[in-house]
Design a binder for this molecule. Structure first.
Ligand code: SF4
Ligand code: SF4
Ligand code: FES
Length: 225
């Protein structure tokens, strides 16, 4: 425990069955570091986007366990935490087809998707609040664009696959649908085109010269937060 920790700000959490005092107001990953676990399996971006840190936890006043991302979940008094091993489901080496994809294309690599029992477990654990089961049902109906849209914010943490009773890998299905729709039905990147136009028109020339000069003080001053 660091000398800066005041006793009044400490709370007790349980990690893998053992109780520990940790400062309140920190995330679960920060708590692990505080407890002397500087490197734990499954830590990446610390920003909630890499999906490497799935956990399950239980709060004393709520009997049902919850799931989340350790870098995005704050410790709470009496919280019992277990880390879930990173997603180990195999990514199919899914080649892009020569012709426009169909439902068959998806099932060629993920045939188990058809076994969905509509139990909704995948949706209930998703830390991104994605309608995972809806995505799987859309895949079964051959609605690839809907699948791709539903999984846009997926961070590939694998929690949905971990709880699926029939070993469906919803996130992998979603990723493949996104690749297929991106390859066959690309949308024009209007924001990117607009920015390229701005760059070409010289809008950022002065800042660019400043950057190359090595004097970053003016840029830091102008930075919009
Ligand atoms: S869809 Fe699955 S892998 Fe993606 S964020 Fe949700 S639980 Fe994680
Ligand atoms: S957990 Fe599996 S079986 Fe249940 S709804 Fe999700 S994909 Fe279907
Ligand atoms: S470390 Fe990347 S999502 Fe938590």
């Amino acid at each position: 425990m660091s000398h800066s920790d005041s006793q009044s700000s400490l709370i007790r959490i349980e990690v893998d069955g053992a109780e520990h005092p940790v400062p309140e107001g920190i995330t679960v990953i920060q708590a692990m570091w505080h407890l002397g676990r500087p490197t734990i399996h499954g830590v990446g971006c610390l920003g909630g986007v890499c999906g490497a840190c799935p956990i399950t936890y239980r709060l004393p006043d709520q009997p049902a366990s919850k799931t989340g991302l350790a870098c995005q979940t704050a410790v709470r008094e009496g919280m019992a935490i277990t880390f879930i091993p990173s997603d180990s489901s195999k990514k199919a080496i899914a080649l892009l087809p020569k012709e426009a994809p169909t439902q068959k294309t998806l099932f060629q690599y993920y045939p188990e998707t058809r076994r969905c029992t509509a139990c909704r477990a995948c949706t209930s654990v998703c830390p991104q609040e994605i309608d995972v089961m809806g995505g799987v049902r859309a895949a079964i109906n051959g609605e690839l664009a809907t699948v791709a849209e539903k999984f846009t914010t997926c961070v590939m943490c694998g929690l949905c696959a971990a709880v699926c009773e029939v070993q469906i890998k919803p996130h992998r299905v979603g990723m493949y649908a996104r690749r297929l729709t991106g390859a066959f039905y690309p949308k024009e990147a209007t924001s990117l085109l607009h920015r390229i136009e701005e760059v070409r028109s010289g809008k950022y020339d002065a800042e660019w010269r400043e950057l190359l000069s090595g004097d970053l003080s003016a840029l830091a001053h102008d930075r919009v937060m």
